[in-house]
Design a protein around this ligand. Structure first.
Ligand code: SF4
Length: 242
């Protein structure tokens, strides 16, 4: 049985994207292969995983890391028994760093599997694709990660297009017209019906916010090429839930 370093496990409402507001169990795995300038997520390995004491209590106890797949599946079941749950979100960090672990947990749970990914680990995704029901995939713009990831994003999108798929693009005040258009074109070339969320950045690390007119302009640009483009900010922060 495989194990993984888990940062936290809790039950809350999805705060981003197409399934905003849905009740989920979140399994936040340690480690990430990128370094985004707006990242405010703790994905460092620690000796202990914090586990919510009951669904939605927002109080935690510690469990020793790493956790094995059977233990994580048991915790998921406990939360799902407490509150009817849409799906289990494997998030991070980048959860696909632990692809084998996710597949093993998925095999031990009846819950639907929701993957929140930065859309770069294509081979890892292909390995576990059959176990995944929902994919929320980021397109990381060059102004965010300091390099062009469009080729790998396109490969990932093609591998995930048969899933219930949502693409999220975080838009900042530094987003350029050129990179934004490239991202939209990339999605349109794979499948024009893909659901796209433009997420105005929650300013952090001196990353500039995008102003109201600009985000509406970006949506208008995208809608000329794709029918399903919505502006959805991070909602969990506004109601102060995890
Ligand atoms: S991919 Fe996600 S977790 Fe990793 S650095 Fe970027 S924002 Fe942070």
């Amino acid at each position: 049985m495989s194990n993984a370093h888990v940062v936290e496990i809790f039950s809350s409402a999805q705060g981003e994207g197409k399934f905003v507001g849905c009740r989920q169990v979140f399994v936040r795995l340690a480690d990430c292969n990128l370094n985004c300038n707006f990242c405010d997520t703790n994905f460092t390995r620690t000796n202990f995983c914090r586990v919510e004491t009951s669904a939605g209590s927002m109080t935690f106890r510690d469990e020793k890391n790493p956790l094995d797949a059977k233990r994580v599946a048991a915790l998921i079941k406990t939360f799902c028994d407490e509150v009817p749950t849409h799906s289990v979100s494997f998030t991070g960090g980048e959860p696909l760093v632990h692809a084998d672990f996710i597949a093993e947990v998925a095999a031990l749970t009846d819950a639907k599997i929701f993957l929140e990914t930065n859309g770069t680990l294509v081979d890892e995704f292909k390995k576990i694709s059959a176990a995944v029901d929902f994919v929320s995939m980021d397109i990381k713009l060059p102004s965010v990660v300091g390099r062009d990831l469009f080729d790998v994003h396109e490969k990932f999108l093609r591998a995930a297009v048969d899933k219930d798929l949502c693409v999220k693009i975080v838009v900042t005040g530094s987003t350029t017209d050129e990179e934004f258009l490239s991202a939209i074109e990339l999605v349109a070339n794979v499948d024009e019906k893909i659901f796209v969320v433009l997420q105005p950045v929650t300013p952090v690390n001196n990353v500039p916010a995008v102003d109201a007119k600009k985000i509406l302009q970006r949506q208008a640009t995208a809608l000329r090429r794709l029918p399903n483009v919505r502006i959805i900010p991070q909602t969990h922060k506004s109601i102060d839930v995890l």
